[in-house]
Write a protein that binds this ligand. Structure first.
Ligand code: NAD
Ligand code: UD2
Length: 309
């Protein structure tokens, strides 16, 4: 396998560290740039000689240019992934979530590196497309600084594609779950919160009636797609939804959790969160056209792996 490392920004985080495992297993060398704001060393096999961790900020243009040196491709995941943090402090999060992307584009242009895989989000659609499966050309409606930074990042990546021959593959992730997702904030992914509470025997709160649905993707299935994107011979224009086109209600997800653990803690129902989306589901035709999804992980199995059962 090639010795030039793949650069993974945000590689010490939830999705990044799961990708690192797969890349190392395939013989890739991996270089991570991560400021360790939510990333953890304990997520990484630090004793692997093919892994290099550089602690620093993707908003630091000189550092990004330096770490880019000699890399074969980039997976740009570094971002403040908490939407609430972007609402509370838009200026700070803009540095990571947008300036970071621009720095990556510029450093790639100067270094002559072409391939970049980018983590955008279903948040760019806002409330549009609710109730149907969302196709990529659904009008965008970013409702938060987080979503605006993701959409702007997409536009800049596309500018660098047209102007400078970069090869961006832009993925709009729907709800990703699995091992190493941080459950510590009330705005963390619902599966990470519920799983942690089930393990600790703490009560679970459902906002609304529990019939709201999401398109949950197991992180192991996502990283297989990211790997294909790194290796794809060509890129095509246009962002790509990453979802299974499958709606799972919270009640159904809890039922699957119960099957894994045997018994659930007390569940209480409180009013829905203001602005909560009722149904979110990806039309994934473009994903299926361009990549192979293979056999995806059933929720019961994904939850069992998350809980180490
Ligand atoms: P995460 O918080 O675990 O990972 C983000 C990583 O980026 C962390 O390791 C963090 O320390 C690092 N980071 C943050 N700011 C940085 C900076 N300025 N410089 C360098 N490193 C920085 O979250 P995640 O869920 O693994 O998210 C990965 C990417 O996927 C993010 O871009 C996120 O917006 C996107 N995404 C995630 C989901 C999801 O369901 N988890 C959905 C849509 C999009
Ligand atoms: C996701 C993103 C969010 C924003 C939004 C845009 C995550 C973690 N959140 O929100 O940042 O981009 O998409 O559409 O990726 N819930 C409970 N109990 C809990 C926690 C959550 O009932 O303890 C509910 C919540 O009200 C929602 C559902 O679970 O109805 C899913 O919540 P989520 O925060 O995991 O994800 P989502 O899709 O609302």
């Amino acid at each position: 396998m090639v010795d030039a490392p793949v650069l993974i920004t945000g590689g010490a985080g939830f999705i990044g560290s799961n990708l690192v495992d797969v890349l190392l297993a395939k013989g890739y060398a991996v270089r991570i740039l991560d400021d360790m704001s939510t990333g953890k060393r304990s997520n990484l096999p630090m004793d692997n000689p093919k892994l290099e961790l550089i602690e620093g900020d993707v908003a630091d243009a000189a550092l990004v240019a330096k770490v880019m040196d000699g890399c074969s491709a980039v997976v740009h995941l570094a971002a403040v992934a908490s939407v609430q943090a972007s609402v509370d402090d838009p200026v700070r999060t803009h540095q990571s979530n947008f300036i970071g992307t621009l720095n990556v584009c510029e450093a790639m242009r100067k270094a002559g590196i072409k391939r970049v895989v980018f983590a955008s989000s279903a948040a760019v659609y806002g409330n549009n497309g609710e109730g149907e499966s969302i196709v990529e050309d659904t009008p965008k409606a970013p409702l938060t600084p987080y979503a605006s930074d993701k959409l702007s990042s997409e536009y800049y990546l596309d500018f660098y594609r047209r102007q400078h021959g970069l090869e961006p593959i832009i993925f709009r992730f729907f709800n990703i779950y699995g091992p190493r997702q941080d459950p510590s904030s009330p705005y963390s992914g619902v599966i990470s919160i519920f799983s942690e509470r089930v393990e600790k025997g703490l009560p679970i709160t459902i906002f609304g009636d529990g019939e709201q649905t999401r398109d949950f993707v197991y992180v192991g299935d996502l990283v297989k797609i990211l790997l294909q994107a790194i290796e794809a011979p060509d890129v095509e224009e246009g962002a790509i939804n990453v979802g299974l086109n499958k709606a799972t209600s919270l009640k159904h997800m809890l039922e699957a959790l119960r099957e894994v653990v045997g018994q659930l803690p007390v569940i209480s129902y409180v009013p829905a969160r203001p602005g909560d989306i009722r149904h979110s589901r990806a039309d994934n035709s473009r994903l299926l056209q361009r990549f192979s999804l293979g056999q995806t992980t059933p929720m019961s199995e994904g939850l069992a792996r998350l809980l180490g059962r």
